[in-house]
Design a protein around this ligand. Sequence first.
Ligand SMILES: [Zn+2]
Length: 647
Amino acid sequence: MADIAAMATKIIATEKTQLSALKQIPAAQRTFQNTVAALDLIQNEAQTAFLKIDFLMNVSPLPEVREATKEAVDVLNRELIELSYDEGVYRAVKEYAALGEVLQGPEKKLLETTMRAYRRMGFDLLSEVRTEVKENAKKRAELGTEFGKNINDWKDHIAVTRDELAGLPDSYIAGLCRDDKGKYLVTLEYPDFVPFMESAQNASKRQELADKNSRKGGEENLTILAELVKLRAENAKLLGYKDHADYKTEDRMAKRGQAVGEFLSGLRDGARPLVAKELLDITALKREDTGDKEAEIHYYDVAYYSRMLKEKRYDMDEQKIKEYFPLAAVKNGMFEIYQTLLGVTFTRLEGYKLWHEDVELYEVRNTDGALVSYFMLDLYPREGKYSHAAAFNLVNGHLHKTEGGEGAYVPPVACMVANFPKPIEGNPSLMSHYNVEVFLHEFGHVMHHVLTQAAYPSQSGFATAWDFVEAPSQMLENWAWEHESLKLLTKHHETGEVIPADMVEKLRKARLHMIGHDTMRQLSFAIFDFKIHTEPFGTPLKEVLRNTLIDLMGVAPSPVSLQPAGFGHMGGGYDAGYYGYLWLRVYAADMYTRFRDGKVLDPEVGKAYRQWILEKGSSMEEIDLVRGFLGREPNNKAFLESIGLGG
Ligand SMILES: [Zn+2]
């Protein structure tokens, strides 16, 4: 595996050589092409090589390759960050900027984002302040890692008797470990925790488990998070921002913390009546169930009565639904939908030796036959493989232009990795409806990446603002809920029939079950995140979250709760960013309005979607892409409707 380590060394050496050539260009001879665009290409070359190694780490069937790539990824991460701090490169870009050339469109944006990235790293500050910024970043990274590790390492469980498991299916009970006294152990791991909270009839055991879960991360994480919040505020001040939310949103679609604040409070006010109504519904059910007319819903009751209400109202048989979704039919249907909508054809290419025999390679062509790009599907589980579903970019589409030349477009390549059971003789791999959504979603990311026409690699494919990147895929999930598209996605594994209309109607109704509660819960965490990263530090973090939850949900959390000690997103990455989950849903719902009313498979709308949303990457501001596609200002009306409000 020495060649992987050698590859990493070569990537670094190549980047260094290329950067030093770029630095040597005399100031007077600097052009956009030989400086800003060249830097983008140099960084892309290193990144593409890095992506391939990182990808192998996730998919290689050979343990020794995965091990070697892991080391190479660590080395590359460190070295490439170090190179991004190269003072000489910064000077080169500044020299070009000082020429004051008037730029438009993608070029203007590329120069701005390049300069902005330097500013955000502290490059235009005095050197001792910059050192402070760098130190701060290092401390935050360390604390963030520790915060996450404390959550991952947190293990706890409750021990219950067979009687205390009443309400849970035998298959669940059979999967539980037992202690030496024969008691069953229910851990905090999702496959144990979620079904227990939803179905265990014993309320005091539910309470015991919920209490333990609410202490995830421990007291130490509260101290770490408080320290992180302080460091983030300091970092923002050093760099000249009002607060951490302003710093984090600057290079996102939201642009400013204030926009996030307004967005969140608007949704909160909209969702309040819905949450109140849902709480009344499950309270009534609890009163009926327990015979206690005064009974109230506690934190350990919500999942339980919500599940009971769902069964009462919708009487869904997940198994029956699955019978209509054999994997092969879903894949064919999905291909047909995307090909029709986006005006492309997918052709399987055979005879290429890839990392595993299960991997399928396709080329994408326009309907006129012109080659657009390639994608791969690696859909089935195997030992040591990445265990979730995701789309990986392998080549970023871009225009390869040399000084003075016309240039040629480098076709993008992406791969979808998933872990759906492999269809074999006698087992058609029936997919849950949820997994059908996942398939549509991840393949949507693939399309976003491989249909790009952006000229510069850093603006290409799904390299968009962080709070927008999920919106195009989220929107495409709707195709799992429409009669018209479901006709293409379903084929009963025995009868060959499409899914019956009444089953689809049931699915659509159940989609809205407790959606106010789910939305408000997400909103509570987003508001907490926003508060702690904008307001001066005072109230203990634990209290801030508790008060927010009581206000928004109407149900007090556990009195022994240490939340947010277990709120992993706050450790780094999603800090002042949790709003993104809701933000993208609003844009996804709004974009979807163009496909409603019989236009789910309309190639005209699909074409506009391709041109405005998928092809442009981030060569324009995301808000302008949405405006362009909608032909109007976006709003949150469709989102509120989608959760059963307004209309
Ligand atoms: Zn996604």
